[in-house]
Design a protein around this ligand. Structure first.
Ligand code: SF4
Length: 462
């Protein structure tokens, strides 16, 4: 079945007013073939549209309509992309999907690498599975910004890291995008002894050569789980290696700042935590362009938390009862600092932070977002947890009350005997949760049908 079959027409929308019907297939807009969501979004922008529709019997008809410029037509299709999601053509030596335990939900093993998801959802792509026609379409439709997993600009090293002989060509595609003013935000998954050191210097210099089309670069440490049997031998960063990398990136960023008024490249918070370094000040992160890669997230959280404390009334803190926080090993000292800040401010906010060892993926995985329900239960049972346990909301599948290992929030509450409060990455919300003030649940990204949202957001990308 074509994926451009209309599944729903929003009441009172321009398409509804024009008489577009559920079950029809949208084949053209203003003479352009509609193949997927990008064509649809791009060609439906204009205020005057001519739609060609085909009914299930194969009869076509043309519908003309007027609407405001940019107004949504009001159509929903069989799938969000109006096409199948593109899977990746690589076999990266550091791929997180390959390092997951067996028996998890099938959606978590899907390796997407789809330019449309990059533009619409912020996913990262490697540019290794695009045909020349698709490259041209990105340029023609001005699909920008896109997020690119670069890792290295050395063609041979890139081919070796991505285990794809054509991976080096992706850098040429980036150069074409740069010449055509497509904005690119870049990510480098850094693997010790492989693409850091001199290779990283070269990568940063090459990417800086594409500035301002290359708009930002994040450097994140490779995640190494205990499920690497038969895979390329990779080790996680040691404290010294992480510190050397932070120094290297900061030096490059400082030089770029002096020449071009932006640092262009940032290490993720995880690198600072691994290196045992203080997080840079808020202004260091400029526009916080790479927040989704965990760049500046903790500093922002601390700043918001501090501002929230300044604004908080005495009465709001008065009812604060003892609580606990569970998080990953790396962020635990940072959260302790926030609890201390609150205690110093009013002496009433009393909480205990529990770092949770990641036994599910292996103890080298220290980020909070990969802590599972089973590890929470096993490590917190019998501990003093106060009146409620706060957890980062990103431990749960987006918009659901389920952890990565399919243990539910209800299971954890029942086993631990306290309410468990998922808290968004937001300093104000965290402070409210510490004080026992209820906040709205985090939004569940209703734009996508649920099954697709989870497919595209497994939360454990490589
Ligand atoms: S890291 Fe990404 S691009 Fe590489 S194999 Fe895994 S899913 Fe594919």
């Amino acid at each position: 079945m074509s994926m451009t079959v209309i599944r729903a027409v929003e009441p009172r929308s321009p398409a509804h007013r024009a008489g577009v019907r559920v079950g029809e297939t949208l084949t053209q807009i203003n003479g352009h073939m509609i193949v997927d969501v990008l064509d649809y979004k791009f060609y439906s922008y204009d205020p005057r549209l001519e739609l060609v529709l085909r009914d299930p019997e194969g009869n076509t008809r043309t519908v003309r309509l007027r609407k405001s410029e940019g107004e949504d037509l009001g159509l929903e299709f069989e799938t969000y992309l109006m096409d199948r999601a593109r899977s990746c053509a690589n076999n990266c030596i550091f791929c997180f999907v390959d390092q997951m335990p067996p028996g998890m939900r099938p959606t978590l093993y899907f390796k997407d690498d789809d330019a449309r998801l990059s533009f619409l959802m912020g996913n990262y792509l490697t540019l290794t599975n695009l045909s020349p026609r698709e490259v041209q379409r990105i340029i023609d439709l001005r699909i920008s910004p896109i997020n690119v997993s670069v890792h290295t600009t050395d063609p041979q090293l890139r081919a070796e890291m991505l285990k794809n002989p054509r991976a080096g060509e992706g850098i040429e595609i980036m150069r074409r995008f740069a010449q055509n003013h497509i904005t690119m935000n870049c990510q480098i998954v850094s693997c010790p002894g492989i693409n850091d050191g001199p290779a990283l210097d070269k990568t940063l210099a090459d990417l800086a050569g594409m500035y301002p089309s290359v708009n930002s670069i994040s450097v994140v440490p490779v995640g190494v789980t205990k499920y690497r049997e038969g895979l390329y031998p990779l080790k996680p960063y040691t404290r010294e290696q992480a510190a050397a990398l932070v120094d290297q990136v900061e030096a490059f960023a400082q030089k770029h700042l002096e020449e071009k008024e932006t640092r262009l490249v940032w290490c993720s918070d995880e690198f600072y935590l691994l290196a045992g370094r203080e997080l840079p000040e808020e202004s260091y992160f400029e526009e916080f362009t790479q927040l989704d890669n965990g760049v500046g997230m903790l500093r922002l959280l601390m700043s918001e938390f501090g501002r929230g404390l300044d604004l908080m009334e005495e009465e709001e803190m008065a009812g604060a009862t003892p609580f606990s926080i569970a998080t990953g090993v790396s962020a635990a000292p940072f959260l302790e600092k926030l609890v201390d800040m609150a205690w110093a401010r009013c002496g009433k906010i009393e909480g205990k932070v529990y770092p949770i060892l990641n036994r599910f993926f292996g103890e080298t995985i220290t980020v909070a977002g990969l802590v599972t329900g089973r590890d929470l239960i096993d490590q917190l049972r019998g501990q003093p947890l106060g009146e409620r346990l706060l957890i980062p909301a990103n431990m749960l599948r987006a918009g659901e009350r389920v952890f990565l290992d399919d243990v539910t929030l209800d299971d954890v509450e029942r086993e631990l005997g306290v309410p468990v409060i998922p808290t968004a990455q937001d300093g104000y919300e965290l402070l409210d949760a510490m004080c026992g003030i209820q906040t709205a649940p985090p939004p569940s990204m209703p734009n996508l049908p649920e099954d697709e949202y989870y497919r595209y957001n497994p939360g454990v990308r490589g």
